[in-house]
Design a protein around this ligand. Structure first.
Ligand code: PLP
Length: 227
């Protein structure tokens, strides 16, 4: 099978899974968007997904992202930076990302604001929540979210999009995403316009949908297993 047919079949199967999960959770298919996570895969794969109608693409390494952004300039793509944010890369990420998912401290908000001002750009900012209390793996503790959200709202070039989480390796995604939905419930009382919940990957998307995910980040189910 050629690569296009393979990817098309993966996308059809993925959409069926999402549709079934939405039905099972009493949600509508349009409430859940797919961000194709294309790290390690060539630009030609992004072009195939683009031809198949996808417009949201995510990368987790700055060097790799910028190469693809440059090769695909002119296309109507929303670029999501989903990796951990190293402060020395912020200037660069600010030059192309439309969404940044893993904001987890006030210092990063400030650095983005300065970098975006210089670049004359804006981004949508999501706050990554740590669901196991281990900040070393990225993500803010639940009690720190409000202060980061206020810093984002106070900045000119960042728009508060919502929350992002990765299910911890040592916890069932059911427990993790239930906790995320409770945190999101509190968060939405204070920040009602920041409705994005970026959660769910190839292995746990059904559970993420059950607990309110609005944006899935899907890599291997679309493109295959990474080396
Ligand atoms: C790689 C990656 C994904 C995609 O994971 P798959 O299991 O391949 O679907 C999602 N989110 C983040 C932050 C990633 O780094």
């Amino acid at each position: 099978m050629n690569r296009r047919n393979e990817i098309e079949q993966n996308l059809n199967e993925l959409n069926q899974r999402i549709e079934k999960a939405c039905t099972d959770s009493g949600r509508s298919f349009d409430e859940v968007k797919t961000i194709a996570i294309t790290k390690t895969w060539p630009t030609s794969d992004i072009e195939i997904l683009y031809d198949l109608g996808l417009r949201n693409f995510g990368e987790s390494k700055d060097q790799e992202a910028i190469k693809k952004v440059e090769e695909l300039r002119g296309k109507d793509i929303h670029w999501h930076f989903v990796g951990q944010i190293q402060t020395n890369k912020i200037n660069h990420i600010a030059s192309y990302a439309d969404y940044v998912h893993a904001i987890d401290r006030n210092k990063v908000v400030e650095a983005f604001e300065n970098a975006l001002e210089k670049n004359g750009r804006s981004i949508n900012a999501l706050i990554q929540v740590s669901l196991d209390g281990d900040e070393s793996r990225g993500g803010a503790l639940p009690e720190a979210i409000s202060s980061i959200a206020k810093a984002i709202e106070d900045s000119i070039h960042l728009t508060l999009g919502g929350l992002m989480a990765v299910a911890p390796v040592n916890q069932s995604p059911e427990v993790a995403f239930k906790k995320l939905s409770e945190i999101a419930g509190d968060f939405h009382q204070d920040f009602p316009s920041a409705q994005m919940i970026s959660a769910g990957m190839s292995d746990d998307l059904e559970i993420a949908i059950k607990y309110g995910a609005t944006h899935l980040r899907i890599g291997s189910d679309l493109l295959g297993n990474r080396e």
